[in-house]
Design a protein around this ligand. Structure first.
Ligand code: DGY
Length: 320
């Protein structure tokens, strides 16, 4: 008898095929719409495996409906959408997809930094809107990237990969992390600093830490006030790490220069969100890991994790 699993979003055919070889697969067939909670609550009742995305809240009340559940396989490295403690109490294993998305997410983080610094979306709009009448000395001028100081908050895999890219731009790289990483400091010429020092000294601040109760609102008014007037903040981790009201105020009052945001407290972000009204904000719809190759690797790794648990093996990426 094949084991029953539920997939919460339409996946590429080869992944579904792979899972179908040993499992009875049911799947939410939509690509652009998340599975409604009531559907998920019903579907989870008789399955042993759940393949989910960061858009699903896997909490205690949902897990209570899943008597047979053995594994929640999240197709993301972040797993703040899952109550890992509640899963553990119910003997449900939680897995994620680290490693395979590191370089792609670092590429996007650095692209967002560059796009924000050099005002690329704004400049493109300027041209398309017919405003380009002549070349002018200070027209659409931005901030230099080469030779600037980059502050990385959260030196995990992605933080290191961003630091590597910064080397090519002759940047000085500061980092702040829960624990100091002497090995990475030597390898990548990094400087460990207190958070406040990093905020004071950096031209670019990249937020790359996981979202936890400790990092919720880590960057608030007090922290933003420490930043240079010419500084740019980039967040490609999770929305809740930077307080959006405080960020709006800092950007509106130009106490910092600009922000590049791939993530928001609430996603999808509302179109009337105040941050979307500011010219000095570059916004993206959470596409850090969105390359074709990487998304396939993430889906495959999530499938591997799920299948391992169902086959009674240790999954490669167990969390908690
Ligand atoms: C993750 O994996 O946590 C990203 O936010 C999406 O790739």
């Amino acid at each position: 008898m094949k084991r029953k699993i539920y997939i919460t979003r339409k996946l590429p055919e080869p992944i579904v095929q792979r899972l179908s070889e040993t499992c009875e697969v049911r799947m939410w067939e939509e690509d652009e719409k998340p599975v409604p909670r009531e559907v998920l609550e019903e579907e989870i009742e008789d399955v042993e495996g759940l393949f989910c995305l960061l858009t699903e809240q896997i909490d205690a009340s949902l897990l209570d409906k899943a008597d047979k559940l053995k594994v929640v396989s999240n197709m993301a490295v972040g797993y703040n959408n899952i109550d890992v403690e509640a899963a553990k109490e119910r003997n449900v294993i939680v897995t994620n997809t680290p490693g395979v998305l590191t370089e792609t997410t670092a590429d996007l983080t650095f692209s967002l930094l560059m796009a924000t610094a050099r005002r690329i979306p704004e400049a493109s709009e300027y041209l398309r809107n017919g405003n380009w009448n002549t070349w002018s000395p200070m027209q659409l001028t931005g901030q230099d990237i080469h030779g600037a100081t980059l502050g990385i908050i959260g030196l995990g895999r992605i933080g290191e990969a961003v630091a590597k890219r910064a080397q090519g731009f002759d940047m000085k790289v500061l980092y702040h992390n829960r624990s100091r990483n002497h090995e990475a400091e030597g390898r990548l010429d990094l400087h460990f600093t207190e958070l406040n020092t990093l905020l004071r000294e950096s031209d670019y601040v990249c937020v790359l830490t996981p979202f936890t109760p400790e990092t919720n609102n880590l960057i608030d008014t007090k922290q933003l006030d420490l930043m240079k007037k010419s500084a740019i903040i980039i967040n490609s981790a999770r929305g809740g790490i930077v307080n959006e009201k405080a960020l709006y105020k800092a950007l509106k009052e130009q106490s910092i220069w600009a922000a590049g945001l791939d993530v928001f407290e609430e996603e999808p972000v509302r179109l009337d969100h105040p941050l979307l009204t500011l010219p000095n904000v570059v916004t993206l719809p959470h596409i850090g890991s969105a390359s074709i190759k990487t998304r396939m690797k993430m889906a495959n790794l999530a499938a591997t994790n799920l299948l391992a648990v169902l086959e009674g093996e240790e999954p490669p990426n167990k969390v908690g």
